[in-house]
Structures are given as C-alpha cells and as structure tokens.
Design a protein around this ligand. Structure first.
Ligand code: CU
Length: 378
C-alpha cells in the first residue's frame, strides 16, 4: 500500500517535471533585451565574462601545470622566490590593469543608465500589495494593473483549473502598460506600503519601489512587442502574483490607445454623477472585490483567521454604512488594510461596498451610491 503510494508520487512528480520543462523557457545566459541600455548591459556582461574566463584559464592552467610538473614523486624541490621585486610588482600591477580595463566600460554603462536628460515622457510606477499603479504624468492617464482575472481564478486553491493550459500563466495582467517605441521614457518608481521592485528583464534593469522614495530609470524600446516581468522584491503573501506587462506600440497606435484611455476615464468620471441600480453596483462590485479585496479577505469573504478578518458576518460590514465607507477609503493604521480612496474611483468604492454589504450571507440591503463616496472625499 505504502509502496504503491510512493511509486504513484514519483510518477506524478516525473510527469509534472516533464510538463514543466515543456512549458518553461530555460535559458543559461542573460537576455539581450530590447533597449540600448539592455544591449550595453549584455555586452558588458559578456566582456567581463570573457575576462574572467581568460583569467581562470591562466591561473588554473599555471596551477595544474605546476602541481603536475613539479610533483614530489619526481623529486621536485620548492623554489624560493621570496621577496622577489619582480613578482611583487607583477601581481600588483597586472590585477590593477585588469580592474581598470573592466571599470571603464562598466562606468560608461552606469552613466548611460543614469542619464535621464531629454526624456520624452514620464510614467510613475507605484507598487501596492499586490498590484501596480501607473500614472502617465504627461498624458494624464492613470490606472491600476493587476493579475489577469482568469489567472487569479486559476491560482486559487482547489480551483480545478489546469494551469498548464493557461498561456503565460501568472504573467498576464488586466491592464498592461502601453508605451510608444523609439521614445525615451522616464520611469519613476515608488510604493504605497512595502518595498516592491519593478523588473522587466527585456528593459535591462530592475528598480526598487520604496515607500517615501522616488527612484528613476529610463528605457527606449526599439521594436513593438509585449515584454513581461514581475515584482522582484519579496513584498508579502501575493508577491508572486503581481506581474508586469509592457506593450510597446508604434507612435500612432500609442496615440489611439491614449485617446481610448482618456475617453474611458472621462466616461468613468461622468458615470459617478448618475444614480446606479443595485444590480449594476453588485456586478461592478464583484469585479473590484476580485482584484482589490479577495487576495486578503478571500473570494468567499471568510478572510484568513489570524491574518485577515472575515467580511462574512462582520460587525463593521453589517454596521452603519459610514463606518464601512471610512474603513475602505481610509484603511486602518497598523494593519494591512490599505486606504483605497486614492486607488479606486468613486464608482468602484461605492460598488465594492454595496457588494460586500450584500454578499457572503450579509444581507443589509444597502445600496451605496457613487455620489455618497464623492461627498465623503471632501
Ligand atoms: Cu511586490
């Protein structure tokens, strides 16, 4: 009985590994990337690698040759070149020359990475547990990018979804960062809660996103395409579920996207002024809940005992609506509950509160209108 279970385990593991190797892309070397900086970084990496290889061959070659040629069994007697001025000079000067010859291209690359002059546009990237917010400072666009809903569903425990059938599993978002090709884009990184790190390997760099600090970096992507990355700083429970997708488009497609996004934002703003039906709010609220709340409070509203409170039957959720609004908008100091006032729109906050008050067995019957949230902001 035990034996057959063990055999079964091994076969499952083997088939899992096979499936893994079929879907994952293994590469030994760094990616060459798609920006001038990433090419510089790659070239620098290769130069240094070959310098190291040459040093390795010379040092180990001399060592193995000496060990073999001057072995004791052949009656070798150790030479004594203690206090040899030539040797002292040689093993000081040669490494200095090698280090200087490596420092010159390295410094050039570092200076180029740091040169943010003449950038064409700026995107502010804010890390939030566990999503990214993007503000296009020149075009006035702003949105939150989260793990794509299909992926988010599949990764839930006991989801029953075969993740090997999902393309780019855990590397897909609902709203990608769209950028124009051939433009020097300045990225400012910061964070709302803990330290995150914005990393897209094809751009050739990784930048920490730290609360209270603004780091900067730039990229000029030369060819249109989709470039994927992830948060690269362990930032909490869902660190592995905040991917990054950069879509590079040519200038005119980018302009179309900007116009589309602006229209979307204007529509969203206008829709905050009308009265919403309960059905509309519940539908919208379910979406907002899945992307912004379910990571902690869980899809079924049960929370995680000891870490995240349940919303099902919660005194706060079933109590006066003002308290609920205050908690969602302003968060709770000293806990993981973030202030969503700056992250979600009036409609989104109204919808998610309506949803929480009428789901998971909560049956307050309350409907919170966007206008109420708008008023609460003042
Ligand atoms: Cu993170």
């Amino acid at each position: 009985m035990k034996r057959s279970t063990a055999v079964k385990g091994v076969t499952t593991l083997a088939s899992l590994l096979l499936a893994e190797s079929a879907s994952a892309e293994y590469r030994l070397n760094m990616t060459q990337g798609v920006t001038p900086i990433s090419h510089d970084v790659y070239d620098l990496h290769m130069t240094i690698l070959w310098v190291c290889v040459a040093i390795g061959i010379v040092v180990f070659g001399a060592m193995f040759y000496a060990v073999y040629k001057h072995r004791k069994s052949k009656g070798a007697v150790a030479a004594n070149f203690h206090e040899s001025t030539f040797a002292e000079f040689a093993w000081t000067i040669v490494p200095i020359l090698i280090l200087v010859s490596m420092a010159i291209p390295a410094t050039k690359t570092l200076l180029a990475m740091d040169d943010l002059s003449d950038s064409d546009m700026t995107i502010k990237v804010t890390g939030i547990q566990w999503k990214w917010k993007y503000d296009y400072l020149d075009d006035g666009i702003s949105f939150i990018s989260s793990l794509a809903p299909e992926h988010n569903q599949a990764r839930q425990r006991d989801s029953g979804i075969d993740v090997t059938k999902i393309e780019n599993y855990l590397l897909e978002v609902d709203h990608p960062v769209v950028v124009p090709v051939g433009k020097k884009i300045r990225f400012l990184t910061t964070a709302n809660d803990v330290i995150h790190s914005w990393w897209v390997p094809a751009l050739g760099w990784k930048k920490d996103a730290i609360p209270g600090f603004i780091n900067e970096m730039w990229a000029r992507i030369d060819k249109p395409g989709v470039y994927r990355g992830q948060c690269a700083e362990l930032c909490g429970k869902d660190h592995g579920f905040m991917p990054i997708v950069v879509v590079a488009k040519n200038e005119s497609d980018y302009r179309d996207w900007v116009a589309m996004k602006k229209q979307e934002q204007a529509d969203a703003l206008a829709s905050a002024d009308r009265a919403w039906s309960k059905d509309e709010l519940m539908k919208k609220g379910a979406q907002v809940y899945a992307t912004s709340c379910a990571a902690c409070h869980q899809a079924n509203g049960q929370g995680l005992p000891g870490a995240f409170p349940a919303l099902a039957g919660s005194a706060l959720v079933k109590g006066p609506v003002e308290g609920h609004i205050d908690r969602v908008m302003n968060g709770k100091q000293g806990t993981a509950m973030a202030a969503f006032a700056g992250l979600l729109s009036d409609v989104e906050i109204a919808a998610v509160i309506t949803y929480e008050r009428n789901s998971f067995g909560n049956d307050t019957g309350d409907v919170v209108q966007p206008a109420t949230i708008k008023a609460a902001r003042k």
